[in-house]
Structure formats: structure tokens, C-alpha cells
Design a protein around this ligand. Structure first.
Ligand code: NAX
Ligand code: ADP
Ligand code: K
Length: 542
């Protein structure tokens, strides 16, 4: 797994590195060389325009420009002011050194002059704004960024594409769209979510020092980005000597007259994910319609009101059914009422490994008055509990329904608040978004996100069905619950990719994801096993 550090923690690592003898100047030189190296590895790169800002990100650029010139490339630095006028000592010194070494400089070009420089270049090295960027992009960089994006050059961004917040993942009104981002020391959350996913291109981490790995771990990473090989420890063991019950039984509880489709999709996803036996429990009013769509899955009708919403009488029945299930999913399409709140409450008190999604989470918000972290008694249980909120649901659970989290780092913060108030290792919050974080008290793991094709109604119901199914198949518990949850998200994402290949990136509907789950599971598990073997053989050779 790769550590992901908040920007302020990256700065702490930088300070720690200086304490162990790697000066900031040395770091800037190594950053510049790392960026230059990536440019040199691009096929056919001959002429490079290096666009430098006035801070240390620009400093990295000057070092890279000098290194590229020394390797025989045609280099042209573009800078808003005379190198002697740069206020930061370090950036000024490397700029002066580069000029002395013969690096040609264009100072404060007009738009036309900049376009001319870019016409001559085949690669742009973007060193305008790094982690020091905040607010809206100001002149001249707003114009420069427009020119870079229109130039047709390949773009390598240093540390972070200029105009993107490395912390929040939000892009300003202007933002470089890179083909490759060489990020220094460690991944930052903003590179992995929201606009970051659109503008970073491929991401390469340049650790810059042998001590970096240890210092990053000591800086308490905000999350860990998974590698496929990590999943081997949490995968379902395959065996031919199984029957439908040993393959795990899932109870799905949800639905209402308004939303009969959500629990149907969740139940089908649970079956496609490999559970041997799935039962669906829904309001009596929709039981027949659900059964018509589910040939393999028995449907149980429960007491409901005239609106086809579960009543409190259903709670005891559900709790009893939960006793014979390897896992239970509650929530999809259920609505929020006194009855559904009673059902969620009964399941929380049960010993069943439990996944709560959608309206199940909204019931939980209602139970805890929107401050789940103030009511850890609801989530404190011995059996696993997985909550799968999107940003809106997470906001409601965290008492911030008016201002739900808007970035991955805020998602992680809210999820942490919930799991830490509970304090147990059995609770995981799967905080969903364009990037998803699976958060427990021990760690937060980030699976590789799926494609935007997943942003379609019902996709979350499919995920929660898959989650309950995997939980059932590993016997209702896992050595590493957040990693298991991340594996399920990764399979969900890959199902989106498989479905998009078949139906087009905008054509995917939630049911199409269900049909792709089986192949996606096989593919991800096979790749994880292969990646594990490769890691092991590399380890032996080393
Ligand atoms: N943290 C580290 O360990 C290392 C950092 N390095 C580099 O240093 C960078 C951070 O350097 P700095 O803190 O100097 O910050 P930056 O160079 O990212 O940005 C600071 C400059 O940008 C300007 N600026 C900020 N917001 C702006 C806006 N909205 N519009 C226009 N201009 C704006 C500031 O006035 C200042 O001149 C990193 O991104 C990285 O490239 C590397 O040199 C090596 C190691
Ligand atoms: N832009 C995106 N890129 C990748 N995954 C996404 C994107 N948007 C949404 N997703 C994923 O799709 C799923 C949507 O879940 P949710 O919002 O609960 O949908 P619904 O309530 O309609 O079922 C989540 O797993 C989320 O991570
Ligand atoms: K940059």
C-alpha cells in the first residue's frame, strides 16, 4: 500500500528530512532531477518548455530545466519575472544557477509570445503552482494555463497540476490538464479524487530520500492507497467442497412501494457476487412484484403501512431471520419512518454481521439525531458493521447535512469521527464518492476508483449487495475489514469498467453492473494473486 499524506503532513516530513540531514535545497534538487527524469523517459521528447512560478514549485522547474539542458534537450524556461527578482532565496538561487548554466529564459511573455514558445515545444513541464497554491488562479498563470491546455504538447506536472488543490482535489477556474504528474515525497488526497482524477494523468511518486518511507509512516498517513497484491489476504478462499449454505447466506431487508427496485438490485448483486443463498425481505405490498423479478431468490413479505413502508411489527421478524443469515444488508429503498427506524435498531442490536446503506443510514441519522459520533452505543457491537454512505448520507450522519463533505479528505475526516467515537475494530465506514475511502479505527484504505459510469442511480445498491455478500462468504468477519471492503469497492469499480466496455461509458445502468460482477470478481482476484506472486519473486531476487 502507498501512504497518502495531507499537505500539512508532507510539510512535516520535509522538516523531519532536514533533521536527518537532507536539506530543503537538496530536496529541491532531487525533485527537479526526478521531474527531468520523467521527461527524459517520454518517447521523442526533444524540446521542453518549462513554465516556472515564483515559489518552490518553480524552483523545482529551474533545476529540471538545467538538468534537461545538460542532457542535450532544447529547453526554454518561461517565468513571470526576472530570476534575480524572485523573492524566495532558494528558488532565486536555483534560477540564477540555471541562467548561469545557459538555460534560456523568456520573462513575462505576452499570450502570443507564450504560444510561440509552446509551438516550438513537444513537452511542457508545469512548475507554476504546487502545494502553496490557494484561492483562485491569478494572472499571469490563468492565461498561461489556458495556453498550455490548448497547446497540444504533452504535459508533465511537477508535484500537482497547477491550479489543483493537492489537499481538496478541487480545481480553480483554470487548471493544467497533465498527462503525467510527478508528485514529491508521497501521494496527496487531492490528486486522487474529484477534479484531481481528471487533471493528474498518470501519477508517479518521487520519494526523494531513502528516509521518506519511514517518515511518511511516522507522519500518520491520512489514508493508504491499495495495490492489487494487498487484497490476497482478504480474498474468499475457493474450494470445490462447498454447498449453497457454506458459500454464505445473505438477508437483504429494504424496499417500499415507492422504491421496489433498490432491494431487488441489492439482492441480485449479492447473488452475483457469489453468496450461496440470498433471501429478500420487503414490505408485503411489494413482495409479489419483487418475486416476479427474482427467480432464484425467495422473497418474504413483512408488515407494512398503506404507503408500502415497513412498520415496527416487522422489526422482530427481521431480527429473527437475521439469526440464520451469515450477513444482513438493510436499507436500500426502505424510506425513513418509525417502522423502518425500528427495523434498523433491531438489527443493530442483533449479532448479525451487518451492512447499512441508503435509507438504513438515514434511519440511523434519525436515531442519533444526526450526530452518530455522539451515540457510539448504537454502533458498538461485537459483530462487524459496515456503513456505506455517499457524501450526503455521511453529512447527515455527522451532523452536517447542510454542508456535507466536499472532498476526499473531508470524507475521511467525517468517517474517522464516527469510527473513533465507536472505538472498536468491527466498524468500517465506506465513504463513497468519485473516490472511496474505507475507514476503520486502524486505518483508512483507498481502493482504485472505478469509472464515472458508476455514477448512475442504483449503483450504490449494487455495491451494498456485493458488500453483504462478500462479508457472508468470509464467514461474517474478516481479519482486515476495511481492506475487505476496499476489495469489494474495487470489484464494483471494475464491474463498471467491464459494463462500460460493453455498453459505452454513458450507457451503463445499475443492472448492467450486476451482470458484470462475476467476471469482474474473477479478474480482480486473479490479478491480485498474480501481483502477489510477482511481489514475492521480486522479494526473493532482492
Ligand atoms: N514539500 C516538500 O518537501 C518539497 C517541496 N517542493 C516543491 O515546493 C512546492 C511548494 O512550494 P511553495 O510552498 O513555495 O509553494 P508554490 O511554489 O506551490 O506556490 C507559491 C507561489 O505561488 C504563488 N501563488 C499562490 N497561490 C496563487 C494563486 N492563486 N495565483 C497565483 N499565484 C499563486 C505564491 O504567491 C508563491 O509565489 C511543492 O509543490 C514542490 O513542488 C520541492 O522543492 C521539494 C520538496
Ligand atoms: N464519478 C465517479 N467515479 C467513480 N465512482 C463513482 C463516481 N460517482 C459515483 N461513484 C460510485 O458509485 C456508487 C454510487 O453510490 P450511491 O451514491 O449510493 O448511489 P445510489 O444511491 O444511486 O445507489 C458509489 O460506489 C460511488 O463510489
Ligand atoms: K505544478
Amino acid at each position: 500500500m502507498q501512504p497518502v499524506l495531507n499537505v500539512e503532513d508532507i510539510k512535516r516530513v520535509e522538516v523531519e528530512l532536514t533533521r536527518v540531514g537532507v536539506s530543503v535545497s537538496e530536496l529541491m534538487h532531487r525533485a527537479g532531477y526526478a521531474a527531468a527524469q520523467e521527461v527524459l523517459e517520454l518517447e521523442g521528447a526533444k524540446s521542453v518548455a518549462v513554465l516556472c512560478g515564483m515559489g518552490n514549485n518553480g524552483g523545482d522547474g529551474w533545476v529540471a530545466a538545467e538538468a534537461l539542458l545538460a542532457r542535450g534537450l532544447k529547453v526554454q524556461v518561461v517565468c513571470p519575472m526576472d530570476p534575480d527578482q524572485i523573492s524566495g532565496d532558494l528558488a532565486r538561487q536555483v534560477a540564477q544557477a540555471a541562467v548561469k548554466a545557459g538555460v534560456p529564459v523568456t520573462v513575462g511573455p505576452s499570450r502570443d509570445e507564450l504560444d510561440e514558445v509552446l509551438d516550438e515545444a513537444d513537452v511542457v513541464l508545469d512548475c507554476m503552482l504546487g502545494t502553496g497554491f490557494h484561492g483562485e488562479v491569478r494572472a499571469p498563470f490563468d492565461i498561461w494555463i489556458e495556453c498550455v491546455n490548448a497547446s497540444g504538447c504533452r504535459v508533465v506536472s511537477v508535484d500537482v497540476p497547477s491550479g489543483l488543490s493537492a489537499q481538496t482535489g478541487q480545481a480553480g477556474s483554470a487548471c493544467v490538464v497533465a498527462d503525467l504528474t510527478v508528485t514529491m515525497l508521497a501521494l496527496k488526497p487531492g490528486l486522487l479524487a474529484d477534479d484531481g482524477r481528471d487533471v493528474c494523468g498518470a501519477i508517479v511518486v518521487a520519494p526523494l530520500a531513502e528516509q521518506t518511507e519511514r517518515l511518511c509512516v511516522e507522519a500518520d498517513p491520512v489514508a493508504w492507497r491499495t495495490d492489487l497484491a494487498d487484497y490476497r489476504d482478504v480474498m474468499v478462499e475457493t474450494s470445490a467442497s462447498v454447498d449453497k449454505f457454506t458459500r454464505g447466506s445473505v438477508l437483504v431487508v429494504g424496499g417500499s412501494s415507492r422504491f421496489p427496485g433498490a432491494p431487488i438490485m441489492a439482492a441480485r448483486a449479492a447473488a452475483r457476487m457469489g453468496a450461496g443463498y440470498v433471501t429478500l425481505a420487503v414490505p408485503q405490498a411489494i413482495a409479489a412484484v419483487c418475486q416476479t423479478h427474482l427467480l432464484e431468490i425467495p422473497v418474504v413479505g413483512l408488515p407494512c403501512d398503506v404507503e408500502g413502508v415497513l412498520t415496527a411489527d416487522a422489526a422482530e421478524r427481521v431480527a429473527k431471520m437475521a439469526r440464520s443469515a451469515s450477513s444482513v444488508l438493510v436499507g436500500p429503498g426502505m424510506r425513513v419512518s418509525g417502522g423502518t427506524v425500528a427495523v434498523v435498531s433491531a438489527l443493530l442490536r442483533s449479532e448479525a454481521p451487518l451492512v447499512i446503506d441508503a435509507d438504513g443510514l438515514n434511519c440511523l441519522s434519525r436515531l442519533t439525531e444526526g450526530r452518530l459520533f455522539d451515540f457510539p452505543e448504537f454502533t458498538r457491537r461485537d459483530a462487524p458493521l459496515i456503513l456505506t454512505p455517499h457524501r450526503g448520507e455521511l453529512g447527515r450522519l455527522s451532523g452536517r447535512s447542510e454542508v456535507p463533505p466536499t472532498s476526499l479528505s473531508e470524507q475521511l475526516e467525517c468517517a474517522r469521527q464516527i469510527v473513533w467515537s465507536d472505538g472498536g475494530s468491527e466498524i468500517v465506514v465506506v465513504s463513497k464518492g468519485s473516490a472511496t475511502g474505507c475507514v476503520s479505527v486502524d486505518q483508512a484504505v483507498l481502493p482504485k476508483p472505478g469509472p464515472a459510469a458508476l455514477a448512475t442511480a442504483g449503483s450504490g445498491d449494487v455495491l451494498s449487495g456485493m458488500m453483504a455478500s462478500y462479508l457472508a462468504q468470509v464467514g461474517g468477519q474478516s481479519e482486515n475489514l476495511p481492506l475487505m471492503a476496499a476489495l469489494v469497492c474495487e470489484i464494483h469499480g471494475y464491474a463498471g469498467t467491464v459494463a462500460a466496455e460493453r455498453l459505452g461509458s454513458r450507457g451503463v445502468m445499475a443492472c448492467d453492473l450486476i451482470d458484470s460482477i462475476g467476471l469482474a470478481t474473477d479478474a480482480i482476484e486473479e490479478r491480485a494473486a498474480l501481483a502477489g506472486l510477482e511481489d514475492a519473486s521480486e522479494g526473493q531476487q532482492a
